[in-house]
Design a protein around this ligand. Structure first.
Ligand code: HEC
Length: 117
């Protein structure tokens, strides 16, 4: 971690020029999300599933996600920097942020019709 400061100095100009969420590469993030098996527990669209929490359009910060993935609090396996770099997680974060928030029943017009009958 000695070079963590340097890492961010070098990364910042790159992140500032990226298109989405001011960080990361959405397409690469999607690839990593699939390659690393995040989807197996969290679903293809981060919608959550039997085992994983809903993480699509997460309200966590990038630092929060990195911290969590390195040292999960519950049933989730940890991913070390060797397997998944901070840059990789920045891309995954951009992908998660690019996903639409999950709709609730009241956002689906057809369901509202039924409710009023
Ligand atoms: C084996 C199943 C599994 C895999 C694989 C997995 N997760 Fe998780 N994840 C969980 C579970 C279960 C939780 C809910 C809290 C807990 O038990 O740790 C969670 C929680 C999280 C959270 C915190 C959500 C919140 O709002 O607090 C983040 C962020 C997250 N996962 C990201 C990832 C990423 C990124 C990957 C791929 C690199 C991944 N997870 C792979 C099971 C998994």
């Amino acid at each position: 971690m000695k070079y963590a400061g340097l890492f961010f100095v070098l990364l910042l100009p790159v992140a500032a020029s990226a298109q989405s969420a001011a960080t990361g590469n959405v397409d690469n993030g999607k690839k990593l999300f699939l390659r690393e098996g995040c989807w197996e527990c969290h679903g293809y669209a981060g919608q959550g599933g039997r085992d994983g929490a809903r993480i699509g359009a997460t309200s966590l910060t990038l630092q929060g996600v990195i911290r969590y993935v390195r040292k999960p609090a519950g049933a989730m396996p940890a991913f070390s920097e060797k397997n998944l770099s901070d840059a990789d997680l920045t891309d995954i974060y951009a992908y998660l942020k690019s996903l639409p928030p999950v709709k609730t029943a009241k956002d689906v017009p057809l369901l509202n019709q039924f409710k009023n009958e």
